[in-house]
Design a protein around this ligand. Sequence first.
Ligand code: ZN
Length: 193
Amino acid sequence: MSLNETEILNIFKKTEALLEGHFLLTSGRHSSVYFQCAKVLQYPEYTEKICRIIYEHFKDRKIDTVIAPAIGGIVVGQEVARQLNKRFIFAEREDKSLSLRRGFSLKEGEKVLVCEDVVTTGGSVFEVIDIVKKCGAEVVGAGFIVDRSNGKVQFGVPQMSTIKMDVVSFPPEECELCKQGIPFVKPGSKKIL
Ligand code: ZN
């Protein structure tokens, strides 16, 4: 049986992928929540359970190959491909744009599923879809663990996420937590919680 959203959130909290507090994000904005998907993907057991939702969603589509943007998407794409028992490749950033390296290629007409861990603006997924199309292959869908755009980013292909989260952040001068004098932390730079 697939996990529901509450069970997914519980896994995120248990693995400290989802933190609550007062955070300075890399964008310079402040937020009361911080999400780091890699923290949950540390655990194969959870990766398998969460990726199974993506697998279940697309398993009846004809898929030849799964592709993901490096680095975040690799673990998700690999696991979904493993469950589908299909080939997995990834695109990686060289200079500024994503490309297929390491001898990876797609054939004309090949049916491809795009996977990603977290979609915020969707930039990497748009780039990967572009790579697939330039190869003459067909994007049959896109699956992600988290849609942080809350459904606002649309890729023009069948898409799904295991959970949607709204990105709520503020410029420091508008941050309520700062006004309350609560010190903020920069995630990743020191121990949080
Ligand atoms: Zn603040």
